[in-house]
Design a protein. Structure first.
Length: 465
C-alpha cells in the first residue's frame, strides 16, 4: 500500500542537528528556557522533545518563567478554555518583555495549526518571536537559527504529515517514559479538532518503537506509556498486517517492567488486544476507554461508530479477561441536541460500568468541526448543571469501586512526595489508581510494595510491606 506520509530523512535530521550546533555558538542566543505545556500527554511528550532540542542548542532550564531568557508555550486547542488560557498567558508575558527586552517568546503546538491562527499571531501578537505548528516540530533548530539571525518574527505552519525519528528527548521522569507509537487521527469525531491539527493517522515502524523501548529499558525505565490519539488502531497503513496487540506482545516479551497505553477507541478494541492483555506479565491491568456518551443517539451524532451495547460488551470482555481491571473514561456533556433523557443514559452507563476515574468535559464548539454548526447547542447553565451531577455521581461510584483494593497488596511506582505530608510518598499502582504511603526520598522512582489500608477522598492509603 502506498503511504501518504513520510518519515523525515536521515539527511534532514542531520541538517537540523547542524542548525542546533549553529545556534549553540551564536553569542546572542538565549541561555535559559522555560516551557509552558497545555493539554494531553502527547503535548507533554512534545515538550520533552522541545527540551531535548533546546539542550542541544546549549540552553539550560530556568527555575521559573519570569527568569527564563526564552519562554515557549506548547499549546492545546481541544477545548476553548485551554486556548483562552494560553492566549492570556502569552499576553501577560508581553508585560515582562517591557522590563526585559531580550526575552524571547515562542508559541507552538496544536493551536498554531488551527486555520487562521498563524495570521492572528502575526497581526495581534507581534511580540511573539517564533510560532510553529506540530508538523514543524523537528525543524525547531532551523527556525530558531533564522529567528535569531534575522531578528524577524518567524511563523511556520506545514500541513504535510511526517514522522520524525531520532529527535533528542529530555525526559521529565526517567522511571516512567512516554513513547509515541502513532501520530494523528482519522476518526473525525464530530466535536473534535484533533484530526485537523494533528494530521492523518500514521504509525511508526515497529522496529523504531522497539528500538526506543530497548534504549529506555537500558536506561532503567520502569514504566513505558505508549502514546497515540487512537493507539489501538496502531499498524493500520503500515501494510504488513502489524497490529497494536502484536506490538504489545513484543514489548511484553522484551521485559519492560510496566507497560501502559493511551488513548484507545472502543471501536478498535479487538479481541486480539484483550487476549494480549490477558496473557501478559507486564501490561498493566488498566484501560482508558473514552465512552463520551451513554446515549446511542448522541454517539451517532458524535460519529463514534459504536453503540452503548458494543461499549458495554467490550467492558464485559475486558473484565472477564483481566479480573479487577482498572477502567477509566472521558465523557462529554452538553453535546448539541443532548436531551435530559440522553444525559440520563450517560448517568446510567456510569453507574453500570463503575469506572475508577472519569475525565468529564462540557462540550466546547470548535470552529471547522461538524458539531459546531449542528442545531440544538446547549445553554451553558444546563451543561454546567449536568457536569456537576455527573461529577457528583462519579465521586460516589469511585468511593465504591476503589473499596475493592482495601486489604490488597499493590505495587506502587513512586512519583514523589505526597502533597499532604513530608513523611509520605505517592504514585500509581498497577491499576493506575493513585496511592499515598509512608516513605522517603529513596523511594522516588522505585516500585514499592504496599498494603492498601484506607481510602481518603479518591486516593488509596497504603502501608509498605
Ligand atoms: N483520541 C482520544 C480519544 O478519542 O479519546 C483523546 C482525544 S482528546 C485530546 C481527549 C478528550 O477530550 C476526548 O476524549 C473528549 O472527551 C474531549 N474532547 C475532545 N473534543 C472536545 C470538545 N470539542 N469539547 C469537549 N471535550 C472534547
Ligand atoms: Fe478526537 Fe475522536 Fe480522534 Fe479522539 S478519536 S482524537 S476524540 S477525533
Amino acid at each position: 500500500m502506498e503511504r501518504d506520509y513520510q518519515i523525515v530523512s536521515e539527511a534532514e535530521m542531520a541538517r537540523q542537528r547542524e542548525f542546533a550546533e549553529a545556534v549553540r555558538v551564536l553569542p546572542h542566543r538565549p541561555q535559559t528556557y522555560f516551557i509552558v505545556t497545555y493539554g494531553c500527554q502527547m503535548n507533554a511528550h512534545d515538550s520533552e522533545k522541545l527540551a531535548g532540542m533546546l539542550e542541544e542548542m546549549g540552553m539550560v532550564p530556568a527555575e521559573t518563567r519570569e527568569e527564563a531568557d526564552f519562554v515557549i508555550f506548547n499549546t492545546c486547542c481541544v477545548r476553548d478554555n485551554a486556548e483562552r488560557r494560553a492566549l492570556g498567558n502569552i499576553t501577560w508575558l508581553r508585560e515582562i518583555r517591557k522590563t526585559r527586552p531580550e526575552l524571547m517568546i515562542a508559541v507552538c503546538g496544536c493551536m498554531i495549526q488551527e486555520p487562521g491562527m498563524a495570521e492572528k499571531i502575526l497581526k495581534q501578537y507581534k511580540f511573539v518571536n517564533l510560532a510553529f505548528g506540530t508538523a514543524n516540530l523537528y525543524k525547531f533548530p532551523e527556525m530558531m537559527y533564522e529567528a535569531l539571525e534575522s531578528g524577524r518574527n518567524t511563523v511556520e505552519v506545514d500541513t504535510h504529515d511526517v514522522i520524525p525519528e531520532g529527535l533528542p528527548v529530555q525526559r521529565v521522569r526517567k522511571e516512567a517514559a512516554y513513547l509515541t507509537v502513532m501520530y494523528g487521527c482519522d476518526n473525525f469525531c464530530s466535536y473534535c479538532i484533533v484530526p485537523y491539527v494533528r494530521g492523518r493517522e500514521r504509525s511508526r515502524e515497529p522496529s523504531a518503537v522497539l528500538k526506543e523501548a530497548e534504549g529506555l529499558m537500558k536506561d532503567g525505565t520502569k514504566e513505558i506509556m505508549l502514546l497515540g490519539q487512537n493507539v489501538n488502531s496502531y499498524g493500520k497503513g503500515l501494510g504488513n498486517g502489524y497490529s497494536f496487540a502484536k506490538l504489545l506482545k513484543e514489548l511484553d516479551r522484551m521485559g519492560v517492567p510496566r507497560i501502559r497505553f493511551m488513548t484507545s477507541h472502543p471501536k478498535d478494541l479487538s479481541d486480539e488486544l484483550i487476549e494480549a492483555m490477558q496473557g501478559s506479565r507486564h501490561i498493566l491491568p488498566q484501560f482508558h476507554l473514552p465512552v463520551q456518551s451513554g446515549s446511542d443517539r448522541i454517539l451517532e451524532k458524535m460519529n463514534r461508530r459504536y453503540t452503548r451495547d458494543i461499549y458495554m460488551e467490550r467492558v464485559r470482555k475486558l473484565r472477564e479477561a483481566v479480573p479487577g481491571i482498572g477502567l477509566s473514561t472521558d465523557i462529554i456533556v452538553g453535546f448539541p441536541g443532548e436531551t435530559e433523557e440522553d444525559f440520563r443514559d450517560t448517568m446510567e452507563l456510569v453507574r453500570e460500568v463503575g469506572f475508577d476515574s472519569a475525565f468529564t468535559f462540557i462540550y466546547s464548539p470548535r470552529v471547522g468541526t461538524r458539531a459546531a454548526s449542528m442545531d440544538g447547542q446547549i445553554a451553558a447553565d444546563v451543561s454546567t448543571r449536568r457536569i456537576e451531577e455527573l461529577i457528583a455521581l462519579q465521586e460516589e461510584i469511585q468511593q465504591q469501586t476503589l473499596k475493592r483494593f482495601l486489604g490488597q497488596e499493590e505495587e506502587i511506582l513512586v512519583e514523589g512526595f505526597s502533597k499532604r505530608s513530608d513523611d509520605a510518598v505517592s504514585g500509581k499502582g498497577r491499576h493506575a489508581v493513585s496511592v499515598t504511603m509512608d516513605g522517603g526520598p529513596g523511594d522516588i522512582g522505585e516500585i514499592v510494595k504496599c498494603r492498601i489500608t484506607g481510602l481518603k477522598h479518591n486516593t488509596l492509603m497504603g502501608e509498605r510491606v
